[in-house]
Structure formats: structure tokens, C-alpha cells
Design a protein around this ligand. Structure first.
Ligand SMILES: [Zn+2]
Length: 387
């Protein structure tokens, strides 16, 4: 690094003789006065026309730098905020090159040293903080309740925030996976890449995967338990699986993940622990249900203290009347000829009337409505809950 590297501009040498009048000046002050008062010219113009003693381009973008004065010329930095930011950055080699006026090679060394120094410093401070407060790390992670308690929430509110954060993280991860499946293939034991990246052969990978897939097959049951028992055990498990499917299928058609996000957001509007405990939805504490002689109905969001129920309806499953006419059959799984939109409405009507007969207010939110304007729907739900 050269000694006067910190200077981003260079003074012209005095004495300086003006090419216009051949008058000679001993200092920047004298020259500046003369240009203003005698020549009556703009300083930048005078510099451009008669001095121009050094490169005036911005180090970062190459445009003209900021003008400083007749004797100093231009700074090697323009006024663009992006370039100004770069000039301050200690996270880029260019930043070091600019500030120290040095070669890329030197800047790289400086950059490395600076990073090392910062890292050491950070580790030192963090170690100290950890020693003083064992919960320090947790207080800094949005997915730990300590973080939210530190922010002033009580334990129940903090738990809600953590669940929301976890859902966000989960959503982001699965979105990333969906958009770029090859890149993450090596994270899953059901993908060949998983084994290859761990140094196994492709053959080994294929065997391993089919082993996983067959783990619950009839063949593996027989291998494990013998012919008679294997057959029986496999059949029993199939039946058990089937009956859970049916049970769940009768009780509910599955919850949508996006509804849970809305519900956690609604939950944040509660302040009392007792109120929060008496709210039911699937991923929090399972759904609240009501029975009549014929059916058991599960409700999406139930507040037993305030006697409010929110139903979050998928447009297709519940045949949104804004989309479907009464004789259409939009339900994606139940393809029976009788399962028309009208049938779905009447079933949902029975469900909602049952809740009303038990003293609940019921608000129906359509999936498409929420997706179009999540903030507005959230506000509507919060108003409904607390009115
Ligand atoms: Zn620039």
C-alpha cells in the first residue's frame, strides 16, 4: 500500500500558470479567487478546459466522479448511492481497493485480514455474552420462545410466534424444494443423489431405495414374520390404515396449510392466556367438533370463550357459489353423481346451523378470498372474533 493512499484526489502543482492570461499563482486560494473574480468562469468548466490533471472517473461505475475544486479536480466516486455504498463496504475487495488505492492483490489480503479480525472479535464478544447469559443464543433466534419473551410477550403468545415462524420456515423450505428439486435431491434418502453424495455407488443407492419402499410390503412382512403371520400382520395393518383413512375422510377433508397461517395470525390478536387456550384449530390442538344424530362435524377455527367459529373453505371442496352452479360437481374426490354443489351447500349449511344452535357465531372464509387479499381477510377475522 502506498503512503498517501488514503487521499482519493490529487492537488495540482504550484506555481500554476493560467493558460488564458499567463498569470501565475502560488496557491489554490489565489487561483480559485482569480477564476471567480477575474475570469468569472465556473470552476468545474475551468478545470475541464485547462487543468484536467488526472483520471476523474468513478472507481465503481466509470461515470464522472464528484467535482471537488479547481486544484483537486474530481473525486474517483460519483454521487450514485450504489457507488457510495460500495465505497464504504468492508465486505468487498473493491471497497478495499477504493479506500486504500491499492491493487486487487493487496486489497484481497487486506480483505481477508479484516474479515479474520472481525470474526475473532465477534466470537470473543459472543463468548462473553454466552457466559453471562446461557440463553443468549435462544434470545436471538426467532424460532425460540426466549426471543419473543425477551420482546415482552408472555409464554403463550411467544409459543404462537414460534409456531408461526416455524410454519414460515417450513413453507420457504418446501417452496425452495419445489422450485429446485435437483439441488436438494441429496437431502432425501429416497433419492439416488442422497447416496451418491455420500460416496455410495448408484447400484447401492437403487437397492437402498427399493429397500425403503418395500419396507412395508407384503413380501417383507412374510420375510420377517413367516408365511402365515406375515400375511395376517400385513392384512391387519392394511385394514388399520384403511380405517384411519375412512375415519379421517368422514370427519374432515383435510385442512389446508394456508388456513393455519391465517389462524396463527388471528391468534396473535389475543392477549389473555385463558383465551388462547380455548381456541382450537388443527395444528394447534386439533379441531373442535359438534355432533348431531347423523354426523360429527369438525370446525376449522373455534373460540370456545367467545363462541366464534371460522370455517375456512376451499373453493372446490365446498363449491364456492361464486364459482359453481348448483348442479355442478366440483368436489375433487367424491365423484358420485349425487354429490352436486347443492348437496355440498346443504351439508355445510347443516354444519353451520348446528354450530349456531349451540350458540356459536359462524364466519365463512373462502380460500380464494384469503389468497387475493390476506391482510383484509385477517382484519375481518380479527374483527369478527373480538366484536
Ligand atoms: Zn459511480
Amino acid at each position: 500500500m502506498n503512503a498517501d493512499a488514503k487521499k482519493r484526489y490529487k492537488d495540482i502543482e504550484f506555481p500554476f500558470t493560467c493558460p488564458v492570461t499567463n498569470r501565475t499563482f502560488q496557491s489554490a486560494q489565489g487561483l480559485s479567487c482569480y477564476v471567480t473574480k477575474t475570469l468569472k468562469v465556473n470552476h468545474e468548466k475551468y478545470y475541464n478546459d485547462y487543468i484536467n490533471h488526472r483520471d476523474s472517473s468513478c472507481f465503481f461505475c466509470g461515470n464522472k466522479g464528484m467535482f471537488i475544486s479547481i486544484s483537486k479536480g474530481y473525486r474517483n466516486l460519483c454521487g450514485d448511492p450504489i457507488c457510495v455504498k460500495k465505497s464504504f463496504s468492508s465486505h468487498t475487495v473493491e471497497g478495499f481497493m477504493y479506500r486504500n488505492m491499492c491493487s486487487r492483490e493487496d486489497a484481497e489480503k487486506l480483505y481477508e485480514n479484516e474479515n479474520k479480525r472481525q470474526l475473532e472479535e465477534r466470537t470473543k464478544t459472543q463468548d462473553k455474552l454466552r457466559k453471562e447469559d446461557p440463553l443468549w443464543d435462544k434470545k436471538r433466534s426467532r424460532n425460540c420462545i426466549e426471543f419473543w419473551i425477551e420482546k415482552g410477550l408472555n409464554k403463550d403468545q411467544a409459543e404462537i410466534e414460534v409456531k408461526t415462524v416455524m410454519m414460515e420456515i417450513h413453507d420457504k423450505t418446501s417452496k425452495k424444494l419445489k422450485e429446485n428439486p435437483e439441488r436438494y435431491a441429496d437431502k432425501y434418502p429416497t433419492k439416488v443423489e442422497y447416496y451418491i453424495s455420500r460416496g455410495y455407488s448408484e447400484e447401492y443407492a437403487r437397492n437402498k431405495i427399493s429397500e425403503i419402499q418395500n419396507r412395508f410390503s407384503l413380501k417383507s412382512c412374510i420375510e420377517k414374520y413367516g408365511d402365515v403371520d406375515g400375511n395376517r400382520i400385513f392384512k391387519e395393518r392394511q385394514q388399520r390404515w384403511q380405517s384411519t383413512l375412512e375415519k379421517n375422510g368422514n370427519l374432515k377433508g383435510g385442512y389446508s396449510k394456508i388456513s393455519q397461517k391465517l389462524f396463527y395470525d388471528i391468534l396473535k390478536s389475543y392477549t389473555k392466556t385463558d383465551d388462547i387456550l380455548n381456541v382450537y384449530f388443527w395444528t394447534k390442538n386439533k379441531e373442535y367438533f359438534l355432533k348431531n344424530d347423523e354426523f360429527i362435524f369438525l370446525y376449522d377455527y373455534s373460540d370456545l370463550n367467545r363462541m366464534k367459529i371460522i370455517e375456512y373453505n376451499g373453493d372446490q371442496y365446498h363449491a364456492n357459489p361464486k364459482i359453481y352452479s348448483s348442479l355442478e360437481m366440483p368436489h375433487p374426490y367424491n365423484k358420485s353423481k349425487e354429490y352436486t354443489a347443492e348437496k355440498i351447500w346443504s351439508r355445510d349449511n347443516v354444519k353451520n346451523e348446528l354450530a349456531k344452535s349451540k350458540g356459536f357465531d359462524v364466519l365463512v372464509i373462502w380460500d380464494s378470498e384469503y389468497k387475493k387479499n390476506p391482510q383484509q381477510v385477517l382484519e375481518k377475522c380479527i374483527k369478527f372474533i373480538h366484536e
